[in-house]
Design a protein around this ligand. Sequence first.
Ligand code: PEP
Ligand code: MG
Length: 744
Amino acid sequence: MLNTLRDITQSVASANSLETALSLLVSQTKLAMQTHCCSIYILEQQQLVLSATEGLAPNSINRVKMPLSEGLVGLAAEKEEAVNLADAKSHPRFKLFPEVEEEEYRAFLAVPIIFQKQVVGVIVVQQPQPRQFSENEEAFLMTLAAQLAVVVRNLKNKAAISNVQQQVVFKGTSASKGIAIADGFVLGGAISLDQPEEQATDLATEIQRLKAAMQRCSDIISTLSQRFDRENVDDVASIFSALQLLLGEASLGGEYLREVNLGWQAESAVSRVSKRYIEQFIAMEDPYLKERASDIRELGQKVLRQLIEPDKIELAPDKSVILVAKEVDATLLAEFPRGKLAGIVTELGGVNAHAAILARALGVPAIVGVDQVLSADVDNKKLVLNANSGQLLISPSDAIIHEYLCLISESKAQQRQFSAEISLPAETLDGQRIQLYLNAGLLSGLSTDMAEGADGIGLYRTEIPFMLHQRFPSELEQVQVYKQVLSAARDRPVVMRTLDVGGDKPLPYFPITEDNPFLGWRGIRLSLDHPELFLMQLRAMLTANADSSQLQILLPMVSNLDEIDRTLLYLEQAYSELTEELAREIPKPKIGVMLEVPSLLFQLEDVAKRVDFVSVGSNDLTQYLLAVDRNNPSVSSLFDSFHPGVLRALKWTITDCNRFQLDASICGELAGEPMGALLLVAMGYEKLSMNQGSIARINYLLRRINKAELERLLDQVLSLSNGEQVRQLLNQYLQQRNLLSILD
Ligand code: PEP
Ligand code: MG
């Protein structure tokens, strides 16, 4: 019986269209139950549609439709329970649909297919002899329906979404899952030069407004210009000086003011002057002068932005939007007003770039590598971003929007299902307790994040608050931030990582130009080269922790033991300075290193002699083991933490850590992925640190699996030859345990 059930479910799940899946389902069920007729009805817009049958008239497929209030099939859906009748015709709800030719059938058994409390269809078996189906037969069909619910729902969604192909669809790679429906907001989307022509009511006020706007513009231009100057990007710096000159009173700036003096309101004045000069320059013969028209346009737009939205940063939209850009960096995302960011779409960027990690941490759906998306006019257009499948739909129909709204509400229901168990400890069925920690970087939302079932903060990325400043934060400013982080965690441990800038995490005020930034001046290397900054950060961490003992300090990008030894000296120095200044003992935090650089995996015995713990950074470890830039979309398909070589390295690491009694956790993205978490637990990792959005899901999963069983699965996994095979095997494992929906 169990084998038959498994065979049917597997063959249905492996079909690649809903139609094939359903016809396989009815023929195999009919055979297994030795009945004369099996049919399936799928619920579509509140109607049950006959979608596959063996035994009823084949040409009635997709023609016979009934509302839930009609017929016996409707009754099973409406009551959400099986209807088992010896003689269907004698039931008051019986309704004859002549086109299906079911006159000969008497015995009738219908079972609803329910996914997360929602009926998705009904499966029916029928026979000519009047008899009640046995309890065993009823139980069989109910088990089958329960197992099939997720498969049918997934195939149904796939079918709905593939109907969309006619519309404008862009494809990219999913960097942060989820679905968003909102208007597009093209980064750098310019303000229109066409402003209404209005007379000034108060000349002095208009002059003052215009001068203030020009001044703010001038400040912005010089900040940008200084930044590029420092980076020695001369070409760019000269663009800004040209704009600055244009803004002067001897140039366009003077023209704007003159126009106001002629009686125009400031916006109208800028608009009129810009349009007039653009026209003149475009008409010029000289190609160089012709091109200056774009400088005039850009300057006009900058000044108008300051006049129209003086209090907003240039990026701030007035509603929730899907940000569409060539590329975004983590700083920009961190600065973007949180409630306004519904989704992110970029032409460049990789799924493991810091911007993508931040998107996941913020729970904002994102797709990257969307070729040519900027050439489609998406500014202010209604967009549907399906980051689960990597699709972006532009101006979809209402019916499609409705489908996606249903998907959104389903996934919210699923999240609620996971969250319902969040207060229970993450413990496998055979009693292995796994500690789940939070990865964090932004202060806002930390207190609510912490309320949601984490055992502590496993990775606090201090570079995020550094990125939000216009200069290095002072020691006092850092103390304040770190104190807030510690207090948000209440009495739970907090692992704070020292500054990990460099690579793809630039500080706006500390530009680094390198050919190979990921192999360059990053993390601890930079801190050790700037002891004044490093000591300040260590002192700030120790001060913040002076009245608690939660702090643990983590060092990023360590590639040799000498870096650890030198750090320990600085830590000792900061510690003794502070105890002297405060004239009292303060807690000494535990110290740990990130395992991100492969060489360190082979020195764990020496590492164990120096530090208290390690945390595996599987993002960088994968990048360095596979020699694949985590940001580069051209090689993103090669970046795979499920690569058996990477998995073996992770297994090696935890085995050696146990051998040398070195406390170990893992804080890369792999820990928050359901399949990743399963493998890590099988390897022996007992501390997983992940984004807030993953904690409830992983907890839910771990409470339903058996560690001993996973260990056997891991043996199989490690003998496979590529990441794809690993994922397939894990997929199969989840499917057999009815846990496939965890991946949605
Ligand atoms: C990692 O590399 O896995 C990690 C957690 O650090 P980050 O992603 O911040 O580089
Ligand atoms: Mg890292």
